[in-house]
Design a binder for this molecule. Sequence first.
Ligand code: ADP
Ligand code: MG
Length: 321
Amino acid sequence: MTTALVIENLTKTYKNGFQALKGINLRVEQGEFYALLGPNGAGKSTTIRILLGLLKPESGSASILGKDCWRDGAAIRRDVGYVAGDVRLYPWLTLERGIKLLKTMRPSTMPERARQLAERFHLEPHLPARKMSRGNRQKLALILALAHDPRVVILDEPTSGLDPLMQDTLMAILRELALLGHTILFSSHTLAEVESLCDRIAVIRDGQIIVDDKLSTLRQQAPRRIVATFSNGRTVPQILPDGCRVLWKPGRTSSPSSEEAELAGIPPAMLSQTCVFEVSGTVSALLPWLHEHSPDDFSVGAPSLDALFREYYQQGQGKGL
Ligand code: ADP
Ligand code: MG
């Protein structure tokens, strides 16, 4: 695999003295579908603007397909498909005018490809940006960024403003590009939209990468929720398996926490007969407990990346990350 994008020890301090990036390392292989995930203000847009050569790094380096992002910024902006987090378009811009403007700089396949994408996004080709909804302006920016089939695509929170169906359309288009060997890096603050599609996820928080792994590996480490129910009249075990995080144990008298309130899916009448807990990684630690207590019913949920990321964030806070 060839590496498409390399970031090494990247730092950035803004003029007001705020350090937005504190030494970031990232490698994205060619053909990878990579998500940069993090809460608002984590440093995603700063990283992406450095990659596009729009911001100068303080120290460290960033390169795309062997080109230095700052020194060769103009070439990178020409070749890379990029949509900024805050899309701004000329009010008179329509898809057709955009095609006309870019045609001379792009491959001859660009106009046809742009029109195909417009059909998939249901975008009217002659409507000017000033008459468009936010979502439609986002679609126009995406189409003009993708129509020349760039080898590297970098999108900053690209789904913002798109309705769920159009989000799916965008993700399908990006997946197709990745399968053809194009490299995709996009940022998001919501896990849900990256969870089903990405090959790899990096989580950035307070200017530092706190997790960087394959989605499949993260899934293996993610906690699963386990629900065990005992029929009326049977003793509910008060000792739960080692290594589990207890979400609900019958017999508690204190008022429910927010997490316990989430267990609303379990009918209130059943809560006194139900144990709910979470295990990370393998569930084999549960087997002796099951053997001993034989619940009437028992279910193991799918691994929850959401819970895993909440854990990472909490650990990060604990370590002062
Ligand atoms: P994200 O895209 O993850 O939401 P940003 O990269 O935009 O985060 O911002 C990271 C941090 O840097 C934030 O705390 C933000 O307020 C700060 N920041 C961004 N741009 C500037 C700037 N031009 N001057 C000073 N601070 C900035
Ligand atoms: Mg941003």
